[in-house]
Design a protein around this ligand. Structure first.
Ligand code: HSE
Length: 384
């Protein structure tokens, strides 16, 4: 196979590096040559000998010898043009582009199907952790009830720092940013949008439904305070940014929100920039996927896996339904911190100084808000 890599940033170079180092072994595995013909980037880069460097992606897409286009530019504009053009030219596409698959998956999959080629995107969720294919294929015997987890490494790193080093949000954010962890558009990480992209991709595969991304409610970590972390800990919980998708009676519940997770739960103990995905289904019951969700070689590992998978020539089915509405998951236990004592139904109550902290019984969000009598309370979900 002949490959064109478009986008030579952190992950792009990881892909070139792995394919160069592992070339002989991979070729033996699949009985076919694995050749990177092009590396395309607007930056002036040095590539291993034999790879043609170009700044124009059209050179790569218009070359009939190229069978696989690897799109690693990111974003939803030029990347979309490249992917659609490549598919229309009859080339398989491998991408790590979570935003694009979450927003425009339907159009992209239809274009792939019309042209009898594949689009693979394992690297879009959980970096190198294989979770898209398992959710779609390996556990197909099961009816999936719920898929949830920590899908954004940056915010998990920030929350871990806040707790471990006793820092407030802004201090931890400055450190994470200094280490290069935060996306150029920090809102993607901090406001839960990146995690929403990823959970919508998992939900699509798990529930065989196209997901209307704009209906996903995202609440990020900006309002998580050190004080709430300490109170949560005293109650036996840790605050994590949880992305959740759940099959409800007539629709699919999806949201991203800072959530109290019991310290006894493995998910609460996934720290630093690690990711975890937990799938709840019938025959297999519960299964956890854990590992590094970002990084050069971590993500490149999934991209290379997808490149090699194009060798199989078998077309992936993307024939998802679109008959279920998307709603937030509002029925939950809640953590409530209030400056006044409240008349609410609760499971646990503590008062810390002048503050009143409750873990409620399960309740509908709006019904809880109605009972708060406009008190300025801090509210977080509590994972069941
Ligand atoms: N900003 C993302 C994260 C990168 O922190 O998880 C990997 O998708």
């Amino acid at each position: 196979m002949k490959i064109g890599v478009i986008g030579l940033g952190t992950v792009g170079f990881g892909v070139v590096d792995i394919l160069t180092k592992e070339k002989d072994r991979l070729e033996k595995e699949i009985g076919e040559e694995v050749i990177i013909k092009y590396g395309c980037s607007l930056e002036d880069v040095t590539l291993p000998k034999g790879i043609i460097y170009t700044t124009d992606f059209n050179d790569v897409i218009n070359d009939d010898e190229v069978d696989v286009i690897v799109e690693l530019i990111g974003g939803t504009t030029i990347a979309k043009t490249i992917i659609l053009k490549a598919l229309e030219k009859g080339k398989h596409v491998v991408t790590a582009n979570k935003a694009l698959i979450a927003h425009d998956g339907k159009e992209i999959f239809e274009t792939a199907r019309k042209n009898y080629v594949n689009i693979f995107y394992e690297a879009a969720v959980g970096g190198g952790i294989p979770v898209v294919v398992p959710a779609k294929e390996n556990i197909i015997a099961n009816n999936i009830q719920k898929i949830e987890g920590i899908l954004n490494g940056t915010t998990n790193f920030i929350l871990t720092l806040m707790e471990k080093d006793n820092l407030d949000f802004e201090e931890a954010l400055t450190i994470a940013d200094g280490l290069g962890f935060v996306e150029a558009d920090a809102s993607l990480d901090l406001d839960g949008i990146d995690a929403a992209h990823k959970i919508s991709i998992l939900a699509m595969n798990a529930f065989h439904q196209f997901i209307d991304f704009d209906k996903i409610k995202c609440d990020g970590i900006r309002r998580v305070t050190k004080k709430d972390m300490d109170y949560a800990k005293k109650l036996g919980y840790r605050i994590k940014l949880i992305a959740q998708a759940k099959k409800l009676e007539n629709n699919i519940g999806i949201d991203v929100s800072p959530t109290l997770v019991s310290l006894k739960d493995m998910v609460a103990n996934v720290n630093e920039a690690y990711n975890v995905v937990e799938i709840t289904c019938d025959y297999l019951e519960n299964i956890l996927f854990y590992g590094k969700g970002a990084g050069r070689y971590v993500t490149a590992s999934a991209v290379v896996g997808d490149i090699i998978k194009t060798h199989q020539k078998e077309l992936w089915d993307h024939d998802y339904n679109q008959d279920m509405d998307i709603t937030p998951i509002t029925y939950s236990k809640y953590y409530v911190r209030s400056p006044k004592a409240l008349d609410i139904d609760y499971e646990t109550y503590f008062s810390f100084g002048k503050e009143h902290v409750y873990i409620t019984n399960e309740i509908e969000y709006q019904s809880l808000v109605d009972q708060l009598n406009n008190e300025e309370c801090q509210l977080f979900k509590v994972r069941d």
